[in-house]
Unconditional design. Structure first.
Length: 70
């Protein structure tokens, strides 16, 4: 009976070590990123403007529309 398993190579060892190192770095960094506080703008929703406040066509929007005309 033949042994079909190849002996472990140095290249495979270093590739595995690099993968484990990258995974360990990612795991170490993730808790710090999740623990950071959100900026005040992200925490509190904006107050609704009195006149609707949705889309309005301003000067720079009109200039953009002028550049898109064929």
């Amino acid at each position: 009976m033949q042994n079909n398993q190849s002996p472990p190579s140095r290249r495979r060892f270093f590739a595995g070590a690099a993968t484990v190192g990258a995974a360990a770095a990612a795991v170490a960094t993730l808790p710090r990123m999740a623990a950071q506080e959100l900026p005040a703008a992200a925490r509190a929703p904006r107050a609704t403007p009195e006149r609707g406040g949705g889309y309005h066509e301003s000067d720079h929007v009109r200039r953009y529309y002028d550049t898109t005309r064929i």
